[in-house]
Every structure is written in structure tokens, then in C-alpha cells.
Design a protein around this ligand. Structure first.
Ligand code: PLP
Ligand code: COI
Length: 360
């Protein structure tokens, strides 16, 4: 089966410069979308076909569309950043493409070739490059996703899928800037178990997380921290971010047990931290370790990391039986140093020594 080329069918009616500029002045996260999208179909026996770049528009969905009932759907998240010379580059898109394939395998979906994933993102960014914000931390967030497009109620892998890429200008994920978040340790609910779908970026994981997120909010917390599903004590990750624990010059992130998402920011930070002279490790940590090491002062900082949220300090922790301020409750120096290094790399202000940037 051959890889299709993307046919351009540009919008005859894009948003005006003034309307776009008004949105870019305060984009928020995931609220506004650019003028176009890429769509590629997959059909059993035919493979990938009908790759098109078309005006952004609603889809027409049959009430018996399989995804609406059985959630055979996956997604990715990556960002395009304006570089100092005015060009645009994405960060590690081949890593997102590889994770998209891994998610597809877990969800019994067809694997999109890595080159086609990247080509689709590139085509959309090139067409809508005026939507890439010019300054600072702002970026264009790309949301590639795929879902079963077959109609029917039989429970089995669909024989038709639709892959789409949309893009949304992004300011800070947490309004209010780099402000430490408060977290709730979820003991009532679990996110994922070994053998389940926790390592896949599939919609159901997020649907299942919402009640715990609401519980966190009812306890005055910003985010949920997920614990392992068996002993309810090993720290896994947050709702849309991985976690790092800073012990002076040593940083530790929960190891990939199969039930947490292998974050690309998490992976990048293992390398960036070592470049900066820190010891960076994958390990296992319990909630008891967290509380004790914070109290005895060895655990100096905790932060969360992910594409949407970059690096966000954790300022306080709550559970049914405990409640503590992390460190002094303020963003720590290691957290902020790593955050700066990552953003400088992504925005082209630091040398790309690992070949992670993908210029367009
Ligand atoms: N964990 C979850 C559940 C996520 O949704 C995300 C976001 O993609 C992450 C972690 C961080 O992953 P990445 O750094 O690849 O964005
Ligand atoms: C991301 O960081 O890309 C995420 O997927 C987090 C969230 C918006 C689901």
C-alpha cells in the first residue's frame, strides 16, 4: 500500500488578520482553532487514502458511529514554536508519531506511518503558520487524533478510521502563569492497571479521570495524582502530566510500569537534567516516601511536566489523611532552571544538541 500525498484544498474564507490577532493576544488553551485541518482515511483492505488539507469544519457523525459507543480513539499533543529568525519548528514530532503508533497497537487500530504523521502536522502548520504565536512561551498546539469512523453496534475493531490533525494557539495551560499547583492523592479512584490502557493516549483514560479530578477540586486541589491500582501507594502520574521529585542534585521520575503515559517531556528532561549536571533517574516512590522526605527536608522540590503544561511546580499535597506544603510552597530553583532550559531549547534560544527540533 502506498502512502498518500496530502491534497491541498485551502479555505476561501479564513479568519481576518484582525480577528486572528485578537485571538493570539490571549489564546488560553484549546479554545480557538486555526483555519484548516488535515484528514486522512483508513479502510480495511485499502489502507490510508484521501489525505487532504481542508478548511476547519464540523464533522457529520452517524448516531451509530462506533467511537461514540465503544471509544476506539487515540490522540497526541505536540507544539510548534516560533524561532528567533521567524521560522517555525516542532519539538520531537517523531516521538509523538511513535507513541501514536504504540497507542494504535494497544487499541487495535491501524498504525499511521511516522512520515505521514509528521507530514500531516507540517502541512497544517505551513498552511496556518500565521497562527503560530510570536512570543515567549506561547505556541501552536497540534492535536492529531484518530477514531473509528465505521457505523454499527458490533463490538469489534472497526474497519474504517479517520485521522485528523487540528491546531490551536496556546498561551499558558494554567492561567496565572507559573504558580505552584495543589494536588490531591487519589485513593478512591485509579487511572490504570497493568495490562490496561494507561500507557496509551486514549480518550477513555481521560473520561475515567474526570470524577477524580472533580473530587480533587472539591478538596480545593488543582490536580489529581494517580497512585498504582493494586497497593494504592506507589506514585504514578498526574491527570495530563508526569511527575519529578527533586532530591538536591538528583531528580527522580516514576518508572514506566506500563500503567502510566510515557511522556515525551519526561523523557526529554532525563537528558536535559543530565546535560545540566544533575543525576536523573527513573525509580519508585510511595506517598509515605513523599511525605517523609518532604518533612525531613531531603525532597526539596516536586514538579509536573507535559507538553501542554511544560513544567509546573507542585506546591501542596492533600489526601484523606494528610495535608502538607511541598518545600516552602514556592517554585524551586531546580524546577525553574529545567523549565528555562526546556523552553529555551524549544523556542530556539539554546542550541539543539540532541537534534530534537524539527524545522519546517
Ligand atoms: N501523562 C498524561 C496522562 C498525559 O496526558 C500527558 C500529556 O500528553 C503526559 C503525561 C505528558 O506527556 P508529554 O510530555 O508527552 O506531553
Ligand atoms: C498534552 O500535554 O498534550 C496533554 O495531552 C495534556 C492534556 C491537555 C490532555
Amino acid at each position: 500500500m502506498t502512502t498518500p500525498t496530502i491534497e491541498l484544498k485551502p479555505s476561501s474564507n479564513p479568519l481576518s488578520d484582525a480577528e486572528r490577532e485578537a485571538i493570539l493576544a490571549s489564546p488560553g488553551f484549546g479554545r480557538h482553532f486555526t483555519d484548516h485541518m488535515v484528514t486522512i482515511k483508513w479502510t480495511e483492505g485499502r489502507g490510508w487514502h484521501d489525505a487532504e488539507l481542508v478548511p476547519y469544519a464540523p464533522l457529520s457523525i452517524d448516531p451509530a458511529n462506533m467511537t461514540l459507543h465503544y471509544a476506539q480513539t487515540i490522540f497526541e499533543g505536540l507544539k510548534a514554536y516560533r524561532q528567533p529568525d521567524g521560522t517555525v519548528a516542532t519539538f520531537r514530532p517523531e516521538a509523538n508519531a511513535a507513541r501514536f503508533q504504540a497507542s494504535a497497537r494497544r487499541m487495535a487500530m491501524p498504525e499511521l506511518p511516522v512520515e505521514l504523521f509528521i507530514e500531516a502536522c507540517d502541512a497544517l502548520i505551513k498552511q496556518d503558520r500565521a497562527w503560530v504565536p510570536d512570543s515567549g512561551e506561547a505556541s501552536l498546539y497540534l492535536r492529531p487524533f484518530m477514531f473509528a469512523s465505521e457505523v454499527g453496534l458490533g463490538v469489534r475493531p472497526a474497519n474504517e478510521f479517520l485521522f485528523i490533525v487540528i491546531a490551536s494557539p496556546a498561551g499558558a495551560y494554567f492561567p496565572g502563569g507559573v504558580k505552584p499547583v495543589s494536588v490531591w492523592l487519589s485513593e478512591d479512584y485509579v487511572r490504570a492497571v497493568k495490562g490496561g490502557t494507561g500507557a496509551a493516549k486514549t480518550g477513555g483514560n481521560y473520561a475515567a479521570s474526570l470524577v477524580a479530578q472533580a473530587q480533587a477540586a472539591s478538596h480545593g486541589c488543582d490536580q489529581v495524582v494517580w497512585l498504582d491500582a493494586v497497593e494504592h501507594r506507589w506514585i504514578e502520574e498526574m491527570g495530563g502530566m508526569n511527575l519529578y521529585f527533586v532530591y538536591g542534585d538528583r531528580i527522580v521520575t516514576p518508572e514506566l510500569t506500563g500503567s502510566l503515559l510515557p511522556g515525551i517531556t519526561r523523557d526529554s528532561l532525563l537528558t536535559i537534567a543530565r546535560d545540566l549536571g544533575y543525576t536523573a533517574e527513573e525509580g519508585r516512590l510511595t506517598t509515605e516516601d513523599w511525605q517523609r522526605d518532604n518533612a525531613n527536608g531531603t525532597l526539596t522540590e516536586v514538579f509536573a511536566c507535559g507538553t501542554a503544561a511544560v513544567i509546573t511546580p507542585v506546591g501542596s499535597v492533600k489526601s484523606e489523611g494528610a495535608n502538607w506544603i511541598q518545600g516552602d510552597g514556592e517554585p524551586g530553583s531546580v524546577t525553574m532552571r529545567l523549565r528555562k532550559a526546556l523552553l529555551e531549547l524549544q523556542t530556539g534560544q539554546a542550541a539543539d544538541t540532541h537534534g530534537w527540533m524539527h524545522p519546517l
